[in-house]
Design a binder for this molecule. Structure first.
Ligand code: 4AD
Length: 474
């Protein structure tokens, strides 16, 4: 009853407080500061309240005692309420630890937005042990947590590191469209929509647009969302993902692989040189070490032999690609043959046994997209391409790239072989007409790279609001 009557007023005789973000507080030590944020942790004792404030830039330990701890707001304070705290910032005494090494002794504060308690309290809504689909519904609350926000912060650091690396490699950033009328990676995974009465798609890859940028801007890259209507409920497939793509002119296939390796390794080095990022990587993935260069290069044909030598088989399929089962519903496991697609399970086993990044290269043309350049001078029955996938332990494929068909006639033949109507591709074909060049590029799944870097079980933890079959909220 008494507490209800206490109304706090800021003491005008105290030094003026400076408004600050938590990450900037070191420079304000021994001064009065005003910090706003969310109550991240709360420990209330009879005469003292310890709280951890979170403002997105960091965490701050704050202490409320005396009058400031006796108000109605103090007694009814809840987790995730927003508060503005004012007080003296002091270095924590030796032997004690606190985030940032300092602590705020609050002399004045107010509640900006009280969060509910009881049944509707934050901790009741968000039980860490909840069913995954409940946690997916509550993603907007999950991202307030330390792990989820660390992953998102690392993601931002990673994008920044990539941009720095591309600048060093003289690659220019472009922003291609999401609404398109041409497919890149085959019709099976296209999201189609009605575009003012015409069919259009959500982009699967910005590659074809990047290729048109080469004569205009030179080597380019983009971060763009790609969309895949794949009905795969795996830990590495999203319906929408952030696609980092690069395209380079006047290169060889070897140059392409060396470039991909350089972009990844130099970006990881930039992250590891940043103390904030190293702390996050240590927290999420304590055993992380930067991969050794050069990456192992393994041809598709050698990989098939490797799988057979290691007894890694795959379920037999009929001509339509359906898995054949016996009368008991059991799959018949058979050896890999040249021409087979290396399925996710086999690829994962191989990558995990080898235990380091692998450039798997020179895939059969049959298995790959229409635009890929064939290895010159082949006479065999199976035709191989200048293509590569980069495989990482625990995740599998994180990059897909290739050299592109540079020759006009060869491209026209490729459209025909794939049953593509060249009409809509007139602008892509024009690239082979007006000054063609040897060129190549790649796409990297940002969530997959992040899953590798941060040791996450699934790419779903690596997107802000992940989308997968049946999931487009929040
Ligand atoms: O291998 P993909 O399909 O290659 C392309 O789209 C090329 N046109 C890229 C290029 O050459 N510019 O996809 C490239 C990468 C994959 O290695 C994977 O990391 C990621 O994109 N990816 C996905 N990530 C999450 N969910 C999905 N459904 C993905 N599909 C591909």
């Amino acid at each position: 009853e008494e507490s209800k009557k206490i109304v706090l007023a800021e003491d005008p005789s105290l030094p003026k407080a400076s408004k600050a973000k938590i990450s900037q507080l070191t420079e304000w030590r021994s001064k009065r500061v005003r910090v706003s944020g969310w109550v991240h942790r709360l420990r209330q004792q009879k005469d003292i309240t310890f709280l951890t404030l979170r403002d997105g830039t960091g965490y701050l330990q704050a202490v409320l005692s005396g009058t400031v701890n006796q108000t109605y707001e103090a007694l009814t304070l809840t987790m995730e309420s927003t508060v503005e705290l004012t007080g003296l910032l002091q270095t924590v005494p030796e032997g004690k630890t606190a985030p940032g090494g300092h602590e705020l002794t609050v002399d004045y504060w107010k509640v900006l937005g009280a969060a509910p308690g009881a049944d509707d309290a934050f901790t009741n809504r968000l039980n860490e042990k909840s069913d995954p689909s409940i946690l997916a519904d509550l993603r907007h609350l999950v991202i307030r947590g330390e792990t989820a926000s660390s992953v998102l912060r690392l993601r931002a650091g990673l994008l920044d590191a990539f941009r720095q690396t591309y600048a060093k490699h003289s690659c220019l950033e472009v922003t291609p469209p999401c609404l398109v009328q041409t497919m890149v990676e085959g019709g099976a995974t296209l999201f189609q929509l009605n575009y003012y009465g015409e069919p259009a798609f959500l982009t699967q890859s910005s590659q074809l647009y990047l290729e048109t940028c080469l004569p205009s801007l030179g080597d380019v890259f983009c971060f763009q969302e790609s969309f895949r209507a794949e009905n795969s409920h795996t830990r590495r497939h999203l319906a929408e993902y952030t696609h980092l793509e690069g395209e380079l002119a006047f290169i060889t296939f070897d140059d392409l692989m060396a470039h991909i390796e350089a972009i990844i390794c130099e970006s990881v080095d930039i992250l590891l040189a940043n103390p904030e990022m190293t702390t996050i990587i240590k927290q999420l993935n304590p055993n992380f070490t930067a991969p050794a260069r050069p990456f192992l290069r393994l041809s598709y044909a050698d990989a098939i032999a490797w799988l057979n030598e290691h007894g890694i088989k795959h379920p037999e399929e009929d001509a339509e690609g359906n898995v054949i089962k016996d009368e008991n519903g059991k799959e018949k496991m058979v050896e890999h043959r040249i021409g087979d697609d290396i399925a996710e399970a086999a690829e994962r086993q191989m990558t995990d046994i080898i235990g380091k990044p692998i450039f798997l290269h020179s895939f059969p043309a049959e298995l790959k997209a229409f635009y890929m350049k064939k290895i010159p001078g082949q006479t065999g029955k199976v035709v191989f391409t200048e293509s590569c996938d980069l495989l990482m332990p625990n995740v599998g494929e994180i990059v897909g790239g290739s050299m592109r068909i540079a020759d006009y006639d060869e491209l026209i033949a490729a459209y025909k072989r794939e049953g593509i109507d060249p009409t809509n591709y007139y602008w892509y074909t024009d690239q082979r007409k007006y000054g063609t060049c040897e060129h190549g590029g790649y796409g990297l799944g940002v969530e997959r790279l992040l899953a590798w870097l941060a040791n996450r079980y699934t790419v779903r933890e690596c997107a802000l609001y992940p989308r997968w079959p049946g999931r487009a909220k929040p």
